[in-house]
Design a protein around this ligand. Structure first.
Ligand code: NDP
Length: 490
């Protein structure tokens, strides 16, 4: 009998824990009657239309909001401009032939700004859709109240999870040919995948590498006919079908080979190779919304009917974050326009018009709050850099090059880090293309490269692209603990 009691109490505890877990994982959405406008005093840091993400979808949404005089704010995310900024040649953007991805993004950005869109280098890290206005917390510590939200957070590159992939990440394993191709001059590389991304990466690599093998697990490439035609023109690209990458090996510092397995026979073979580029599709950036918005089995946001409305009124989505079928920049831009129009209709129905916005003007988020960031100075001579390295105040040196997109992505983050840690650490950047004599002081430099110095000695370095969180962590782990123990440090 006593044992039965123990079992019953145990079951009860498990049920309560499961109930708590369920509540934690699935937050109750905002109730319908909470969507009502309140007095200005009840709002703080309000954004009428908050856009998460700054690729074609996010920028187009902000452009349309701006044209309708609806104040919007874009949180640009860790990769401003999104995946399109890693594409060299774009010939399918309607109306413009033969343009680079970064150029298209710049034009869209400038156009959105012309119509009043505001954007900040910050990333949403947590959302609370349990009440309205929706609450969004950012990496930089801001808390914003959004009257409507367009999620355009895009997708990130899929990886294989095979032995050696993590170990040689950044040292022979990459997902960005445009960033890393110059390091493979006269080398042999493989690109895994058979879609447009794989073909595009192969062509970017072919400009440098001696040989590029495109390894597909099936026999048919998914790439478009146009991409296939373009590839034919490259004598140093060869396609290997029906092979799967099973492991990546190296000498401890860099990749030297791979094991491929035949998809049909299961027979494995080794292949000497200097680099592995993965182009096997993408995973939507939706982890933050799990439990609050409906996602499909592959974690794409689910939309209602033919609109851009998610499962929650007032929250809209656009681009690769919901589109697993088309995944085209042009379509993402179109989705962004639709999302903005849907959001404008939602706001209009609630009564968010110029009169109402006038009453809450003092409660709107003021983008000027962040102020323009002072750029980190550029080193002009080896002597100047040596003096800074030898000074008592710790120093971060950012080596970059104008031809390295991941370096250019990091520059604004370095400025932000300087604004945040500048009291304890000096910051300087070195353009290795313009001042090779400074770069030479350090031997061969693979950019992006961040080096930390303290008391004349190097304490850490990192030669991989970092997002803001990784950069801040790198600085605090290697320098800030040490700052307090530096005698007389300012
Ligand atoms: P896709 O989904 O089109 O292709 C992914 C490729 O990776 C497929 O060949 C797939 O093989 C392969 N793959 C997936 N998982 C694995 C795995 N575990 N092991 C081996 N291979 C794997 O993705 P893309 O990133 O290439 O393209 C996404 C979208 O972006 C597309 O719509 C494309 O048209 C577009 N795009 C357009 C560009 C342009 O026009 N300039 C440039 C780049 C992309 P399988 O076929 O066997 O499933």
């Amino acid at each position: 009998m006593k044992r039965l009691w123990y079992v019953a109490i145990g079951l009860l505890i498990i049920l309560v824990a499961l109930w708590g877990l369920q509540r934690h994982l699935y937050q109750e959405p905002v109730a319908q009657d909470e969507y009502r406008l309140a007095k200005g005093a009840e709002y703080e840091n309000v954004v009428p239309l908050l856009v998460l993400g700054s690729g074609p979808a996010g920028l187009s949404a902000a452009l349309y909001a701006g044209r309708a005089n609806m104040p919007s704010l874009i949180l640009e995310g860790d990769q401003p401009g999104g995946l399109l900024t890693t594409t060299t040649q774009v010939d399918n953007w309607p109306g413009i032939q033969d343009q680079t991805g970064p150029k298209i993004i710049k034009q869209l950005r400038d156009q959105a700004k012309t119509f009043g869109a505001r954007m900040i280098r910050d990333t949403a890290v947590q959302v609370d859709f349990g009440s309205w206005p929706f609450v969004v917390h950012t990496q930089e510590g801001k808390t914003l109240q959004a009257l409507s939200l367009v999620i355009a957070t895009g997708a990130y590159s899929r990886t294989l999870g095979i032995p050696g992939e993590k170990k040689y990440w950044g040292n022979g394993v990459s997902v960005c040919a445009i960033c890393d191709a110059p390091y493979y001059k006269d080398k042999e590389v493989i690109v895994v995948g058979g879609g447009d991304s794989a073909f595009e990466e192969a062509m970017q690599l072919a400009a440098y590498a001696k040989k590029v093998w495109v390894v597909m697990r099936g026999n048919q490439a998914r790439a478009s006919a146009n991409m296939k035609d373009r590839l034919v023109g490259y004598s140093n690209i060869e396609i290997i079908g029906s092979k799967q990458l099973r492991s990546i090996s190296g000498d401890g510092n860099k990749v030297t080979g791979v094991v491929l397995q035949d998809s049909a026979t299961g027979v494995s073979s080794e292949m000497d190779i200097d680099g592995v580029f993965l182009a096997i599709g993408h995973i939507p950036n939706t982890a933050m919304f799990a439990g609050q918005l409906d996602l499909d089995l592959q974690n794409y946001l689910i939309l209602k009917d033919r609109s851009q409305v998610t499962s929650l009124p007032g929250v809209f989505a656009a681009g690769d974050v919901h589109d697993r079928v088309y995944q085209q920049a042009g379509i993402a831009a179109g989705n962004g326009i639709k999302a903005a129009l849907d959001a404008l209709e939602f706001l209009n129905e609630l009564g968010v018009n110029s009169d109402f916005l006038g009453t809450i003007e003092a409660n709107l988020y003021d983008v000027r709050e962040s102020g323009p960031l002072k750029p980190v100075p550029t080193a002009t001579s080896a002597k100047q850099l040596t003096r800074m390295i030898d000074s008592l105040k710790p120093l971060l040196v950012d080596f970059y090059s104008q031809t390295c997109p991941s370096c250019l992505h990091m520059l604004p983050l370095i400025n932000q880090a300087s604004a945040r840690f500048g009291g304890s650490i000096n910051f300087i950047k070195v353009d290795v293309g313009k001042t090779p004599e400074i770069a030479k002081m350090f031997g061969s430099i693979k950019v992006p490269m961040v080096r930390l110095f303290r008391g004349g000695k190097e304490v850490a370095n990192n030669n991989q692209a970092m997002n803001r969180i990784e950069l801040y962590k790198f600085i605090t782990e290697h320098l800030l603990g040490a700052v307090n123990s530096v005698p007389n440090s300012p």
